[in-house]
Design a binder for this molecule. Structure first.
Ligand code: ZN
Length: 378
């Protein structure tokens, strides 16, 4: 069913709303005792646009804390996100808690000793980063009981990897957005991978669903005092499950997150998962990759451009290898359900794939960004 445009809150609308909330917090500062529940947040800017600065509120009891956790390692996102999660963990965890907040600049040999001493029983963060933290945990890996996973798609290979690395841990995946906080969790044991129940005060809907029910998610949720988003288009793609869960609650499936899992270019949706799949098929040709997507408009028609940077551990390179990669990658990468990149190049929607050789391994940040968008200034 088609919705009227005005029915949906877009980013510009939220910018206005978030700014009003911030003004309200400045005009009516929180009282003593309320302090931990208010904070000023800023969006990460990964969308390439100016970050939004807003006020937000976090009620006690939101599922961000660990019910019981005596030592927690938090490694989620930038300073802003980590600090927020330290505060929410402190306010939501029943027992006294020791917290260590780290980012990629802390991944040094000294971290090993610190972690062995802390013996964390709970971890929270992006899975690609927690996998790296695991390398510093040594035997203490066996102490980890609870993991809250967020920010990246929870893939079968990640789950298998984590079950091996943290054999006693229980994994919960949290779906949240900076603007309103936690939206949904996978806590219910009846849910399949990448399916979630919205938290009590959140409503999840789909904008202009296609014939399979998939479309952009719309999030309604209070985020500060009397302020709430109503049908906020966050850009993530998902689908409402046709049948309620065994527990009786509605659930939805999350296909991908804008800015890290997929991009929309020239009418096609480029999923990182698909890039990963093809990269693993091309294991004999390269060991690691990064893909950068850009677009240009010619005579009113958008044309997509993909640059694939590849790294080979053995250092071997020739023009033939480059050509082989371009040919195989384009022929196997599906950008729509039925058409590959090669098909879309022939139809004129995409430029031929450009392959660039990197001599050094790709640097690792707190989030593993393999598919990104290059923004050309107009
Ligand atoms: Zn359920």
């Amino acid at each position: 069913m088609e919705h009227a445009r005005g029915d949906v809150l877009d980013r510009e609308g939220f910018l206005e709303l978030g700014t009003k909330a911030l003004e309200d917090l400045i005009e009516h500062p929180p009282k003593r005792g309320e302090l931990l529940y208010f904070c000023i947040r800023m969006t990460s800017g990964t969308s390439g646009r100016t970050p939004i600065v807003m006020a937000s509120e976090h009620k006690k009891g939101t599922p961000v804390g660990f019910k019981k956790g005596r030592a927690v390692v938090i490694s989620q996102g930038g300073n802003n996100a980590r600090l927020g999660n330290v505060l929410f963990t402190l306010t939501n965890t029943e027992d006294p808690t020791r917290i260590l907040a780290i980012d990629d600049s802390d991944l040094k040999p000294q971290l090993e000793e610190l972690l062995q001493d802390l013996k964390p029983d709970a971890l929270r963060g992006f899975p690609s980063f927690m996998r790296r933290v695991g390398e510093y945990l040594g035997d203490a890996k066996g102490e980890v009981r609870a993991m809250k996973i967020t920010g990246e798609k929870w893939t079968p290979s990640m789950q298998a990897d984590f079950e091996r690395t943290f054999p006693k841990a229980n994994f919960e995946v949290i779906y949240g957005i900076v603007e309103v906080g936690v939206v949904a969790t996978s806590e219910c044991p009846n849910l399949e991978r990448n399916h979630y129940h919205p938290v009590d005060d959140a409503v999840v809907d789909v904008d202009a669903p296609d014939e399979t029910g998939a479309g952009e998610l719309l999030i309604s949720r209070p985020f500060y005092r009397g302020f709430r988003t109503v049908r906020y288009r966050v850009g993530d793609i998902g689908r409402i499950d046709p049948e309620p869960c065994v527990c009786g609650k509605m659930s939805f499936e999350l296909f991908g997150r804008r800015g890290s899992d997929f991009f929309k270019v020239a009418g096609a949706v480029l999923f990182r998962e698909e890039f990963d799949r093809v990269a693993s098929e091309c294991r004999d040709l390269f060991d690691d990759y990064r893909a950068e997507v850009s677009r240009r408009t010619e005579k009113g028609i958008e044309c997509g451009h993909i640059e694939l940077s590849v790294f080979r551990r053995d250092g071997k390179w020739s023009k033939t290898i480059g050509r082989d990669i371009a040919g195989r990658f384009s022929g196997e990468l599906f950008l729509t359900r039925t058409r590959t990149l090669e098909d879309l190049v022939q139809a004129g929607y995409f430029d031929p794939l450009v392959v660039v050789r990197k001599k050094e391994p790709f640097p690792f940040k707190s989030k593993e960004v393999k598919l990104s968008e290059r923004r050309t200034t107009p």
